[in-house]
Write a protein of this length. Structure first.
Length: 409
């Protein structure tokens, strides 16, 4: 294992070699088509939010000086959302106001309706004296005009896009969608939905990769399944890289007689690194074709998903201009059961974590941890990350966990 790159070394090399966001082309699009796209510039607010001082409650607008002399005040008028109080606000009176309505000039506080009652003569009695600015939303309290609302490099989501809409922004400058070509390799593979013959398996990796690419906002170019033929490998690689910014293959990166990916990549492109000290996912390849970047994932389904999550995900984030992307936070949990682990590689085991009655994080492995056992992912919500030099783990020991992010949600 001494000659294998660690995950941190691999990620560092990737960060150094990939281009910066300034090289990515941009386009201006309507915000209705902007979900999962990446901001290409800081977006500043053209207005104050709120645009005016308004009430946070249904109640009564008051001046504290008026309440200092009496706990009851006559009603001078009403202020509704979209229909503010008009006219001169007379001294020693109060104004009925609704949530979101503009405050009459001079308002010191809004007394919520539940803290008032109407006297027989129609005046309003205040059961308590409010604090200064109580139940008042101040102009610009959320965002001030000229303030950065969204930073360059942020993903536009169902949370951030309504913010832009609330500012009256209808179009946004975004980075061009990353074009990703995907190929699967292997004579044994059959497209999902077709009948299997003896010795064949379904091509679930390409399907899984496509789902994750769609979730990351990529433009997917599906190049299908490659048979185990080096000439066809070379032709397919060269065609794919002419259409895409990134080419991703699944399978063919190990050391078997029919594993041609590494050989062909060395011939027509460049290998930046191959083989990592991680489990599953050791035979991961990162390199370059003449016009595109290249990632070769292992053929085992779990290995393909783990390497995509840990390595390809940050590659796509950077190539997409998503500079605000961060890896999943790692937490410390107590393992409820023993964990099997051999020294030598960083191990990503599928696990399920929860909070016990004392509020402590607990975790347990899910299913058999073989790189061909994909079903364990369905019942998992995290990776149990076991250090490279760590061996077997006893129940009750502390371990690092990495909760799945939105990619696997």
């Amino acid at each position: 294992m001494a000659n294998l790159l660690s995950l941190s070394q691999a990620l560092s090399l990737i960060e150094q070699q990939l281009p910066c966001a300034e090289t990515i082309a941009t386009e201006i699009i309507n915000i209705t088509q902007a979900q999962n796209r990446i901001c290409a510039e800081d977006i500043t607010s053209p207005i104050n939010v709120p645009a005016f001082d308004n009430s946070a409650m249904d109640g009564y607008a008051v001046r504290l000086a008026d309440l200092a002399e009496s706990d009851s005040l006559p009603l001078a008028g009403k202020s509704f959302a979209g229909s503010p109080f008009q006219g001169q606000w007379q001294d020693k009176t109060t104004i009925r106001i609704m949530t979101g309505a503009m405050l009459p000039q001079g308002t010191d506080a809004v007394v919520m309706q539940e803290d008032t009652e109407q006297n027989p003569d129609g005046t309003i009695r205040f059961k308590r004296i409010p604090r200064l600015n109580e139940n008042i939303r101040c102009c610009g309290e959320d965002l001030q005009q000229g303030q950065i609302a969204l930073k360059k490099g942020e993903k536009l989501t169902a949370l951030s896009l309504p913010l832009l809409a609330s500012l009256g922004i209808s179009h946004v400058n975004v980075y061009r969608r990353l074009k990703v070509a995907i190929l699967s390799t292997g004579d044994e593979l059959v497209p999902v939905g077709q009948p299997l013959q003896t010795g064949q398996i379904y091509d679930t990796n390409r399907f899984c990769i496509k789902l994750m690419l769609n979730k990351m906002g990529c433009e997917v170019i599906d190049c299908g399944i490659l048979p185990d033929n080096p000439t066809l490998f070379e032709q397919a690689f060269m065609q794919a890289q002419q259409q895409a910014d990134l080419v991703i293959t699944s399978g063919g990166v190990s050391v078997g007689e029919a594993d041609f990916t590494k050989t062909v990549l060395e011939k027509v492109g460049k290998i930046n690194f191959w083989k990592l000290a991680i489990k599953p996912g050791k035979p991961f390849t990162f390199g370059q074709l003449p016009q595109a970047w290249f990632c070769g994932l292992p053929g085992n389904p779990v290995s393909a998903l783990v390497t995509f999550y840990q390595l390809v995900q940050p590659i796509i984030a950077k190539l997409s201009g998503h500079t605000q992307w961060q890896p999943s936070p790692q937490l410390i949990a107590t393992t409820a059961t023993p964990l099997k682990k051999s020294v030598g590689r960083l191990d990503f085991q599928r696990g399920f974590y929860w909070l016990d009655q004392q509020g402590n994080l607990q975790v347990k492995p899910v299913g058999f941890q073989g790189s061909h056992i994909f079903s364990a992912f369905v019942a998992s919500n995290c990776f149990i990350v076991l250090e490279q030099e760590r061996g077997n783990v006893n129940a009750g020991e502390q371990v690092t966990i990495e909760p799945f992010n939105e990619l696997l949600g």
